[in-house]
Design a protein around this ligand. Structure first.
Ligand SMILES: NC(=O)c1ccc[n+]([C@@H]2O[C@H](COP(=O)([O-])OP(=O)(O)OC[C@H]3O[C@@H](n4cnc5c(N)ncnc54)[C@H](OP(=O)(O)O)[C@@H]3O)[C@@H](O)[C@H]2O)c1
Length: 379
């Protein structure tokens, strides 16, 4: 029996993880759950899975007393559970950097992290190496690549990540007029709000490229992205003798979550096998420069490296927040990120505090750019 803690249990990754655990109730025990605002759903999860520890990060209001459940709060709660002696696997599904410190602490303590939160790798990729613990990638593309190179590392000459292209692939209309509802209507994946916007701008794929660079130690020139709207092939690995291996599945995050939880075994989780005869035509297309501005900005940030990566993530998070609140239009997202990157003077990021400080500064700066752009009073 492995003890699992799920950070972001009420989100898309968290709920998918609980589905997998429910199927494998003889293999996994939920030791802890952490959520942010969705109190009612969290209470239902507590009643169903009976975790010993529950963290409710943003609210100081009390959750109802449930026998056998200990409530913890805020960052200290996350760190306590991430390093708890009985924790075997941490599933990290909190967007942004709220889970950064607990991820680093869990790795220092030797824990296995099933990591969905790519923002952590984007900003702190340089701090993740040489730890006692290990990262198993949940992101479907990285999980696919990991499945191949974990078993065959030598002679890898390159990797290719696939991108569905989001709702605006081949869109001919005016992107400055698209609505939040259109942007959130992803053709393939049902995910949290920020990652869905990032998928529409292709920033998500830019983040994934950076994530692949850090997770697999492959040179930047040998990582590429192809547009593949069917989202059946998740990743390719190229070998020096000309062979290419790929991993395919129905697009559903439960496949890669199940892989991470059971690693190194492969165990059936009630998920259907891909019906090859019904797969239809699979298409692959290059991502050309200029097609997706956010993707180009991410490539630029990867080239510049260092603190530019934290700037990229922080500016994107703030711009996406403003877009979701209806304060800016869709095309302002790359415009604000570009400004933040232009104004940035590189700094050294030695630890999580440095990263979190820069993250805050950049978000403040983006807010100031936004106010100037829309002629709002700056206070
Ligand atoms: N969804 C996917 O298919 C997918 C695929 C690959 C990678 N990822 C990555 O996985 C992460 C999670 O994505 P998601 O789609 O699951 O997001 P989501 O649906 O928005 O869920 C986010 C979860 O994190 C919790 N949370 C948010 N802010 C928090 C904070 N400050 N402190 C503690 N908990 C907080 C939320 O709690 P409440 O809901 O209670 O507020 C919720 O449980 C992201 O980094 C994303 O890029 C997601």
């Amino acid at each position: 029996m492995k003890n699992v803690v799920i950070f972001g249990s009420t989100g898309s990754i968290g709920r998918a993880t609980l589905d997998v655990i429910e199927f494998h109730s003889e293999r996994f025990r939920v030791l802890g759950l952490a959520a942010h605002t969705q109190k009612d759903l969290l209470i239902k999860q507590i009643q169903k899975f009976g975790p010993r520890y529950v963290i409710f990060t943003s609210h100081n209001e009390k959750l109802p007393e449930i026998k056998g459940t200990v409530y913890l709060y805020k960052q200290e709660g996350l760190e306590f559970l991430a390093t708890h002696p009985e924790t075997d696997i941490v599933v990290m599904g909190i967007p942004g950097l709220a889970g950064l410190v607990s991820t680093l602490k869990a790795l220092d303590t030797g824990k296995t992290i099933a990591l969905a939160t790519k923002e952590i790798v984007v900003c702190a990729g340089h701090l993740l190496g040489g730890k006692k613990g290990r990262i198993l990638p949940v992101d479907s593309e990285h999980n696919a690549i990991f499945q191949i190179i974990d078993r065959e590392k030598s002679s890898v000459s390159g990797i290719v990540l696939t991108a569905s292209g989001g709702p605006f692939l081949n869109y001919n209309g005016d992107l400055s007029r698209v609505t939040v509802k259109q942007v959130l209507n992803h053709p393939v994946w049902k995910m949290g709000r920020r990652i869905t916007v990032d998928s529409a701008t292709l920033m998500n794929k830019g983040f994934e490229l950076i994530e692949a660079f850090y997770l697999f130690g492959i040179s930047k020139e040998n990582i590429s992205v192809v547009l593949h709207p069917q989202a059946i092939v998740h990743g390719f690995v190229k070998f020096s003798d000309g062979f290419v291996k790929a991993v395919l599945s129905i697009p559903d995050m439960r496949y890669s979550i199940n892989y991470c939880l059971n690693y190194p075994e492969r165990i059936y989780a009630g998920l259907p096998e891909l019906d090859i005869q019904q797969m239809g035509t699979l298409t692959f297309q290059r991502v050309e420069p200029g097609m997706f501005q956010c993707f180009d900005l991410a490539m630029e940030a990867l080239k510049l490296g260092g603190s530019y990566l934290t700037v990229l993530n922080a500016a994107d998070e703030e711009a996406v927040r403003l877009f979701l609140e209806g304060q800016i239009n869709f095309k302002d997202i790359p415009a604000l990120i570009e400004l933040a990157m232009e104004k940035h003077k590189p700094v050294s990021l030695e630890n999580s505090d440095d990263i979190l400080t820069l993250d805050k500064q950049v978000k403040k700066q983006v807010m100031a750019f936004f106010k100037r752009r829309y002629n709002l009073k700056i206070n």
